[in-house]
Design a protein. Structure first.
Length: 215
């Protein structure tokens, strides 16, 4: 696991990178989509749109775009993907969906088509001891609130890394890991560069439950 304020994962199956900005302007690469979460203060787009604390967004950037961060925010950028423009939030207090080992999650920015990237929120109650697991692609994330631990296995040995609010991290492809909490809950905003869920031309909410009337 990598914990840093700047994480370069461009040399992966789904080229991505992450930056945590503090009272500065973040400039995106052209032909990319930026997924962001505001930890504190605001983020202002170069078109004047404002995202407030505890809100999230996605923005397609055909050309380089500027995002002014008044205090602190994270930016997860997926290169070569044309996403949709969204601003929403604030995040809720628990997830709409069940996740492993007593956790819950919600889909914040949905994949427009099957396989596209997404932004999620993952809730760990206090006293969680997750099962070790892997993901086929990278995961970029930030601790939105609370604290806990990330545990990774390297050469069969377990290493535990403390996590606090504001920490930005990367779980690498097929890295054996889990999360653990003690007396505090922890909320994480994870970005997924790909997925195996999403609408298709033959399976989506407008088409489903549409019945052609026979003459």
């Amino acid at each position: 696991m990598i914990i840093a304020n700047s994480i370069d994962m461009l040399d992966t199956m789904y080229p991505s990178y992450a930056v945590k900005a503090s009272a500065e302007t973040y400039v995106s690469m052209p032909y990319s989509t930026v997924f962001g979460f505001v930890l504190s203060g605001t983020v202002t787009f170069n078109d004047g749109s404002v995202v407030n604390e505890n809100q999230y967004f996605s923005k397609w950037c055909k050309d380089s775009a500027e995002f002014f961060c008044s205090r602190q925010a994270v930016f997860f950028t997926r290169v070569g993907f044309k996403g949709q423009n969204n601003i929403s939030g604030p995040i809720e207090q628990s997830g709409r969906l069940c996740y492993i080992d007593g956790c819950s999650d919600s889909l914040l920015i949905y994949p427009p088509r099957l396989g596209d990237p997404s932004l999620n929120v993952l809730f760990f109650p206090a006293g969680i001891d997750q099962t070790f697991h892997i993901h086929p692609s990278i995961r970029l994330g930030v601790v939105a609130s609370g604290s806990g631990y990330s545990c990774v296995k390297v050469d069969g040995k377990e290493k535990e890394i403390p996590l606090v609010a504001g920490d930005m991290f990367c779980i690498e492809e097929r890295e054996i890991h889990r999360f653990r909490t003690e007396d505090q809950p922890m909320t994480v905003i994870p970005y997924h560069p790909d997925g195996d869920w999403g609408p298709t031309d033959h399976n989506h909410t407008m088409l489903n439950r549409t019945y052609i009337q026979q003459k």
